[in-house]
Ligand binder design. Sequence first.
Ligand SMILES: [Zn+2]
Length: 104
Amino acid sequence: MDNKKLAADKIKNAIMDIQEYIGNGEYNGDNPPIYLLTATLAIKALENQIPIKPNLEGDGYDNEGNLIYGTWLCPNCDAHYEIDYDDYNYCPICGQKVDLSDIN
Ligand SMILES: [Zn+2]
């Protein structure tokens, strides 16, 4: 098993552990208990650590007619970044881990 999949599996297991603790996480009241707010934030933060491939946008064609991609979009917040220039492991806006292996 490759390391990326192993890391993602560990994160998914941690999320499941938290979900098991909070049940369905639903609370019908004005002031949800602090543990529920904290657990929900923790799940969101953990989900952001699982890398997702970005969406790509083409901006022209090469001499053989192949689409050239110039922009990648964060899969979580749709922020636009320039390929070959904005080389991030995490989206600077929302913190989503991105897998740019297809475009590097
Ligand atoms: Zn983002």
